[in-house]
Write a protein that binds this ligand. Structure first.
Ligand code: NAD
Length: 367
């Protein structure tokens, strides 16, 4: 295949981790006989510095013309960076909202799984002595509470604020279909999370989920209230395969799911539209505290590149080659700095600390 990939390195550790993901991708392309053209695109703080805005129309067009977008992360330290003295619509994060909207990226995929090699860093492990889970949260990304009508005004002498949560059946159906298609490629189980005992929008959500499920007899559907889902993720994450939910519930649950893995530097994410076009990025931010030091963990970005191969290009074997290489790197004892055990016994673990670029080398040479 000939692939056109737009690359948004971004801010902070973004350029360092994207460099390693490209290193691994190049190895995969050489091994499997594909060619790729990368086009660099500015977004976030880097775009503010160069163009005065977090995302230009030209940058959006470049992404639109590509087959997929690979991103590092954007943003700086809000306490010290001059970007955060700008109007909120001109800050780095505004670029992310704009690109999601412009490209129609309505489904956010956030896998959360436990690498057995890192099981000791899972906060649930201590309590039950060993865990194994592998789930993916599909979060609706362009509707719901974050995009509803909102206002603040004074009524009867006191300030009143209102946010609205609106969904059309079309918006629910398309994200539901994405979840069912993904379940088909996994263990065939969808859990739809809502608050249908209280919210009208959730009752519609549940009804549409049932309608979509009728077209997927090979996939099972269950429903769970969001408060229970928050508990179950901590109590028994093994029960989940694909979790699909609306924007705000998904925002909260996907961060909770990330935390129970104990390794934020390992988690990838994808945002997709109806055609399978996607933007792929790590779940973590731009980590300004360690930027430029070559100590960041590039694995979340490398695994995001694997998701890109699987979901936008249908290159299953190539995606697995990356995932297996990451696993082998860990089982061979290589760790980025964030994954090294802390404390007195760290020297006795037999693990080898690696810089960001060395970690990229270790994965690439295992493809
Ligand atoms: P963060 O994820 O950047 O960092 C939180 C902590 O995790 C820090 O101590 C950091 O050093 C560490 N960390 C994160 N990624 C790491 C990695 N790959 N390797 C090793 N350590 C890593 O979150 P934050 O500090 O809250 O946010 C920093 C900036 O990132 C902010 O400007 C925020 O808006 C932005 N952000 C961007 C995105 C995105 O681009 N999609 C997402 C979240 C946050």
């Amino acid at each position: 295949m000939n692939l056109n990939i737009a690359v948004i390195a971004g801010d902070g550790i973004g350029p360092e981790i994207v460099r390693e993901a490209r290193k691994v991708l190049d190895r995969v392309f050489a091994r499997f006989g594909h060619t790729a053209v990368y086009t660099d695109v500015l977004m976030g703080g880097a775009s503010i510095d160069a163009c005065g805005v977090p995302l230009t129309d030209e940058a959006i067009e470049t992404c639109r013309r590509s087959d997929a977008v690979l991103m590092g992360s954007i943003g700086g330290d809000p306490r010290t960076s001059p970007w955060y003295r700008l109007d909120p619509t001109l800050r780095p994060e505004a670029g992310l909202l704009k690109i999601r909207k412009a490209l129609g990226l309505y489904a956010n995929l956030r896998p959360a799984y436990l690498f057995q090699e890192l099981a000791e860093s899972c906060p649930l492990a201590a309590r039950e002595g060993g865990r194994s889970f592998d789930l993916i949260i599909v979060r609706e990304l362009t509707g719901g509470l974050y995009f509803g009508e909102r206002w603040t005004k004074v009524i009867d002498g006191q300030r009143v604020a209102c946010d609205t949560l609106t969904y059309s059946e079309g918006e629910i159906r398309r994200v539901m279909k994405t979840a069912f298609e993904i379940a088909r490629k996994r263990q065939g189980r969808v859990c739809s999370v809502d608050k249908a005992n209280v919210l009208d929008s959730s009752r519609l959500w549940r009804a549409v989920a049932e309608e979509v499920a009728a077209g997927y007899p090979d996939v099972s559907l269950s429903h769970m209230f969001v408060d229970n889902a928050a508990m179950q993720l901590v109590l028994n994450p093994e029960q989940f395969d694909v979790v699909v939910t609306e924007n705000m519930f998904g925002d909260i649950l996907s961060d909770e799911a990330a935390e129970i893995t104990g390794s934020i530097g390992m988690l990838s994410s994808a945002s997709l539209n109806e055609t399978g076009f996607g933007l792929y990025e790590p779940a973590h931010g731009s980590a300004p505290d360690i930027a430029g030091k070559n100590v960041a963990n590039p694995i979340a970005t490398i695994l995001s590149a694997a998701m890109m191969l699987r979901y936008s290009f249908g290159l299953q074997e190539e995606a697995e080659a990356i995932e297996n290489a990451v696993r082998k790197t860990l089982s061979d004892g290589f760790r980025s700095h964030d994954l090294m055990p802390r404390g007195r016994d760290a020297d006795l673990t037999g693990l080898t600390a690696q810089s960001c670029s060395e970690m990229g080398d270790r994965v690439a040479e295992r493809i």
